[in-house]
Ligand binder design. Structure first.
Ligand code: SAM
Length: 224
C-alpha cells in the first residue's frame, strides 16, 4: 500500500506528464537521449537493462534501439503510455524489446542480480538516497553496470540553488558510501557540468559489479 506522501508525489508527476505530453508530446518524443547514458553505455554489449524512473521513455527507446531488452519502470501511467506509443510508432522490434512497468520506486525491488545494466537518471527520492542506490544495485548481475545520475541542488561554481533545489537526488558521496567496495568498482564517480546552461552539475556514478554478494562473503570467510 502507498503512503500519503507517495500518493501526492505520484499525482504530481502524473499531472505534470499528462499536461506536458498532451501539449508538447511530439517535441518531447524528439528529445535526444541523455548524454551521460549514451556516453557511458555506448561501450557496453547489449543485454538486459532496467531504466528506473524512465519518464517519457526516450532513454529506454535509445537502449532498445541499441539491442537492449529493457524493463522501463515509472509510477506515471501517462509517461509510460507515451513511451509505449512512441515505441509502437517506431516498429515491432522496439515494442518487443521493452516491458513498461507501472510501479513505485520507493518500494519496487528489481529481481536479484538480473540486469546487465541498471540506469536511474534524475529520480527524486523520498527516503534515504543510499537505500534506493542499494535496492537498484541489487538488480545488477555480476559483471554488470549501475549508472546513476542526479542533478545537484547547488551550482558549485556560483553557490546558487539550481532547479533541483529542495529535491533529494543521488549524490556522488551517498552513492559511493552505499556500495560495498568488495563488490563494486567505480568507473566514474564525479560531478560533471550539465549541458543546460546555468543549472549546475550532475552527479554521475558508473559502477561495475565485480562479484555477487555471496562470492565476496565466501572469500572473506576463507581468508578468516
Ligand atoms: C526528472 S524525471 C526523469 C525521467 C528520465 N529518467 C529522464 O532522465 O528523462 C523523474 C521521473 O521519475 C519518476 N518517479 C519519481 N519518483 C518515482 C517513484 N517513487 N516511483 C516511480 N517513478 C518515480 C517520475 O514520474 C519521472 O518520470
Amino acid at each position: 500500500m502507498r503512503d500519503g506522501h507517495t500518493g501526492v508525489r505520484q499525482e504530481f508527476w502524473e499531472r505534470l506528464w499528462s499536461t506536458t505530453l498532451r501539449e508538447r508530446g511530439e517535441t518531447v518524443a524528439r528529445r535526444p537521449p541523455n548524454a551521460q547514458l549514451t556516453g557511458e553505455a555506448a561501450d557496453l554489449p547489449p543485454g538486459r537493462a532496467l531504466d528506473a524512473g524512465c519518464g517519457h521513455g526516450t532513454d529506454t527507446l535509445w537502449l532498445a534501439a541499441h539491442g537492449w531488452r529493457v524493463t522501463a519502470v515509472d509510477f506515471s501511467a501517462a509517461a509510460l503510455e507515451h513511451g509505449a506509443a512512441t515505441a509502437e510508432a517506431a516498429g515491432a522490434e522496439l515494442v518487443e524489446r521493452v516491458e513498461w512497468v507501472e510501479a513505485d520506486l520507493g518500494t519496487w525491488t528489481p529481481p536479484a542480480e538480473h540486469y546487465d545494466l541498471v540506469v536511474c537518471l534524475y529520480v527524486h527520492v523520498a527516503g534515504p538516497v543510499g537505500e534506493l542506490v542499494r535496492r537498484m544495485a541489487s538488480g545488477v548481475a555480476p559483471g554488470g553496470t549501475l549508472l546513476l545520475v542526479g542533478h545537484r541542488p547547488v551550482d558549485p561554481a556560483t553557490g546558487d540553488p539550481t532547479p533541483a533545489a529542495g529535491q533529494r537526488q543521488v549524490s556522488v558521496d551517498e552513492a559511493v558510501a552505499a556500495l560495498d567496495p568488495g563488490h563494486w568498482e567505480f568507473v566514474v564517480a564525479e560531478e560533471r557540468p550539465r549541458a543546460a546552461a546555468g543549472s549546475g552539475v550532475d552527479a554521475v556514478i558508473r559502477a561495475h559489479r565485480v562479484s555477487r554478494a555471496g562470492d565476496h562473503d565466501l572469500v572473506l570467510n576463507n581468508v578468516d
